[in-house]
Design a protein around this ligand. Structure first.
Ligand SMILES: C[S@@+](CC[C@H](N)C(=O)[O-])C[C@H]1O[C@@H](n2cnc3c(N)ncnc32)[C@H](O)[C@@H]1O
Length: 276
């Protein structure tokens, strides 16, 4: 396989995020999301293999709670796995397949009854996105489902210069820091026109713009949630990406973010099934 497909080697993002417990929903699965997934999975045979893209602790605990016996986590970064595992309820029960999804998924053709994924797409460069979704589809067995949450973006992104003012009198706490992360980094025009979230350059632009001592203090906490040196591929209009996402899938169900979520209409849960 072409080694340029190894999407993560030059991307240290998941080695940088060392304060995972500072990260709150909607950047992680919420109770609402987990109860939906529970209801979608309840009817599945407990011996059926279930794949999880990344180490999302809430997913592995949920699968163990439900009694699934064959849980396979696809992870590339040992540090991320260790940090997330530290917050799990249950001791390790899963098998971990180490490596980049672009390499490991194609080695599991038609294996899984379900694959769970929370905000994985933004970890894959746009140039490899169609191939990634294709690899997920091919890893599902007949009738298998892909349970995914994607960031589709706001119909009109926040203007970061105007929106940042709304943070200037917020109390300095993790809620404000996570809200800043979701709205300024992931839902504003900072990512335009390339559609790339490059936190190092975002911090430089924000700091040039931000003179208030309160915002400067908040930014120190935001850096715990989203460190410098991270890169994600978000911000391109979803209508450009959606056709390749929905190719070869039937959409079974969709769920919007809860009203309390900072992503609101900018993120969706999808339950997708392969064409027969
Ligand atoms: C699924 S994503 C997003 C985080 C998610 N919202 C959560 O709550 O867990 C992050 C996980 O995927 C892993 N990951 C990121 N890119 C990857 C890749 N190309 N191949 C394999 N694992 C990857 C990261 O190390 C991390 O465990």
């Amino acid at each position: 396989m072409n080694s340029r497909i190894d999407t993560g080697l030059a991307n240290p993002t998941w080695d940088k995020i060392d304060s995972w417990m500072c990260v709150l929903p909607p950047s992680r699965p919420s109770s609402h999301q987990l109860s939906l997934i529970r209801s979608w999975l309840e009817k599945h045979d407990r011996d059926a293999p279930i794949g999880v893209l990344g180490s999302t602790p809430e997913f592995v605990d949920l699968l163990i709670d439900l009694g699934f016996q064959n849980i396979i986590v696809f992870e590339k970064y040992l540090a991320a796995y260790d940090r997330m595992r530290a917050f799990r309820v249950h001791p390790p029960f899963e098998r971990v397949v180490w490596g980049d999804w672009m390499h490991t998924l194609p080695q599991h053709l038609r294996c899984f009854t379900a694959i769970l994924s929370d905000l994985t797409s933004g970890n894959v460069p746009y140039t490899h996105r169609a191939q990634f979704w294709d690899a997920v589809r091919n890893a599902l067995s007949a009738g298998g489902v892909f349970i995914d949450r994607v960031l589709t973006g706001r119909p009109s992104p926040f203007c970061f210069e105007a929106h940042i003012e709304s943070f200037s009198d917020m109390p300095i706490n993790l809620i404000a820091a996570n809200r800043f992360n979701c709205e300024i980094f992931f839902s504003s025009d900072l990512a335009l026109p390339e559609g790339i979230i490059d936190t190092t350059s975002f911090y430089e632009r924000i700091q040039r713009h931000c003179t208030s001592p309160r915002l400067a203090k908040l930014l120190q906490l935001v850096e715990k949630v989203t460190p410098r040196g991270c890169v994600w591929w978000y911000g391109k209009p979803w209508n450009e990406l959606a056709p390749s996402y929905f190719t070869n899938y039937d959409l079974l169900e969709t769920a919007a973010e809860p009203r309390s979520s900072w992503y609101l209409d900018a993120a969706y849960m999808y339950l997708l099934k392969c064409h027969a």
